[in-house]
Design a protein around this ligand. Structure first.
Ligand code: NAD
Length: 478
């Protein structure tokens, strides 16, 4: 469905995020007919470009990062004509009157703050000063949203000086993934799962976001952040909320976000021995973490695993195991909902009864799979096998529908539509920091260093122990 015409101003429009995600994503929406020729994209950054050179920049970005290839190439010229560029200094006076002239009053307007958070204050203040903060306009802000509770509160206060909460779109691109939304459809659109969705039937839940890559060129930032702040506090916690929340009364932004917030507030404090931190070592051809971040004494973690408990009626007694890390064996992200054993088996142990596991795969391919036990075909007696009921979209829906938008595309279109359901509300972000801050403070107080782990492994052995001691196992990172 096409969205209404809009002006999208991308502050930081020449940056890495704009090049890799925002511009290619917008191009795909244009190709899909969702974004019409009356809309405009205005790059705004310090870089000294003009509209023509910005269009060249966007052309290169699309060619490099948009997978549509020849199928979409015919739309490129039309897309580039929607692009404009203004040199703007977020901290100075340059460019602001040009920007005032570039935007229109009769269309939806959104400002994408694709710059570091240290510029949010300057941008918000200048938008206000130049009367660019019209009541209907929206702002999009990127992670990291704060470094801890205090800094997140400060950022929220800065933005709230000039914008209402209903105008603020805090992006967590994990929420834009098709499968993550499908998780809600599966939970609340079927009778099948919700009655079983509690500690009576679910043994435990595992959330894994494993990356094969190391910190790459983001060493300096990452050394200040670490896996807890960079991944767990936002992406994993957001996934945890969607898995664990109560059914909202309606699928609308505040109803969903109220329920997510309740989950965060019901999380127990985490005991020190329920968390394992790790840091990757050098491999034969790759530098280790400390070398990569340029800090030989770094005690920042590139891996974290933990056991979390949600203290409410639904989840008391069902642990949530979370882990994320870099330089692991494989890039694989999934949520596994592991159901309990049937209360009584009528089959011999040797027949092989399996537990049902609902797996929500996020990377590298998206899809949802339910493992069910059936009889092995053939005359060999009652032998049982575990087969996956595959709900992978490409097979079920055909290639056309399965060519679904990337998370950024979907989220940007939601901004234009004014739908905040898949964006984090300020109080959610603060509650998430309020939960992770004491864990990080505990490491600092105890002077704990992360455990070394081999690059290409599945993390430190202690992370395996976190589950072994409960008689459980992590699913293999294949
Ligand atoms: P970048 O360093 O590549 O780009 C920064 C952009 O900001 C450039 O366009 C630069 O011209 C502009 N800029 C800097 N100072 C300015 C000023 N005073 N006035 C106007 N423009 C100015 O950064 P990036 O990687 O594109 O990241 C942007 C934001 O998105 C950051 O907050 C980052 O944490 C976040 N983010 C990035 C990624 C990613 O994949 N790159 C992923 C998630 C979140």
């Amino acid at each position: 469905i096409p969205v209404d015409p809009f002006d999208l101003v991308i502050f930081g429009g020449t940056g890495d995020l704009a090049r890799r995600k925002i511009l290619p994503g917008l191009f795909r929406r244009f190709c899909a007919g969702q974004m019409g020729a009356e809309s405009r994209i205005i790059g705004a950054a310090r870089t000294d470009l003009n509209t023509q050179s910005y269009r060249d920049f966007a052309k290169d970005a699309v060619r490099e990062f948009e997978p549509g290839g020849a199928k979409n190439a015919k739309h490129l010229k039309g897309f580039l004509e929607l692009l404009d560029y203004v040199v703007v200094d977020a901290k100075g006076t340059q460019g602001w009157s040009d920007l005032t002239k570039a935007v229109r009053d009769d269309v939806i307007r959104a400002y994408y703050f694709s710059v570091g958070p240290s510029l949010f204050d300057d941008l918000a203040e200048r938008l206000h000063k130049h009367k660019l903060d019209c009541p209907g306009c929206r702002i999009v802000v990127e992670k990291p949203f704060g470094h801890d509770l205090a800094s997140a509160q400060e950022l929220n206060q800065i933005i709230a000086k000039y914008f209402d909460e209903h105008q603020i779109y805090r992006i967590d691109h994990y929420l834009g993934k098709e499968t993550v939304q499908n998780l809600m459809a599966i939970r609340f659109g079927n009778m099948l799962f919700e009655p079983l969705w509690n500690s009576q039937y679910i043994d435990h839940i595992q959330l894994t976001v494993a990356e094969e890559v190391g910190v790459g060129g983001r060493g300096e930032y990452y050394d200040r952040s670490g896996a807890m702040r960079d991944m767990l506090q936002n992406h994993l916690m957001q996934l945890l909320c969607l898995i664990a929340m109560e059914p909202p009364a309606k699928f609308n932004p505040d109803a969903v976000r109220d329920e997510k917030l309740k989950v965060i507030r019901a999380l127990d404090e985490v005991a020190p021995d329920d968390v394992v931190r790790g840091q990757y070592e050098a491999a034969h051809d790759q530098a280790g973490f400390r070398e990569q971040v340029g800090n030989p004494d770094s005690t920042t973690e590139s891996f974290v695993a933990m056991r979390a408990h949600i203290s409410n009626w639904r989840w008391a007694g069902t642990p949530f195991y979370l882990r994320t890390g870099k330089r692991l064996r494989e890039r694989a992200s999934e949520i596994a909902v592991v159901f309990k054993d049937a209360p009584h088996s009528i089959f011999d142990v040797e027949a092989g009864v399996h537990r049902n596991i609902l797996t929500i795969k996020l990377q590298p391919n998206e899809g949802i799979e339910l493992g069910v036990t059936i009889k092995e075909p053939g005359p060999g007696g009652m032998r049982l096998v575990d087969v996956p009921l595959d709900m992978t979209f490409a097979e079920a829906l055909g290639p056309e529908e399965a060519d679904f938008p990337d998370a950024y595309e979907r989220l940007i279109m939601d901004v234009i539509r004014g739908n905040q359901t898949l964006f984090m509300r300020g109080d959610e972000v603060e509650a998430a920091w309020a939960w992770t801050d004491p864990i990080i403070a505990g490491w600092q107080e105890r002077g704990e260093a992360p455990l070394p782990y081999a690059s290409g492994s599945s993390g430190p052995d202690d992370a395996l122990m976190l589950m072994h001691r409960d008689g459980r196992r992590w699913r293999e990172i294949k």
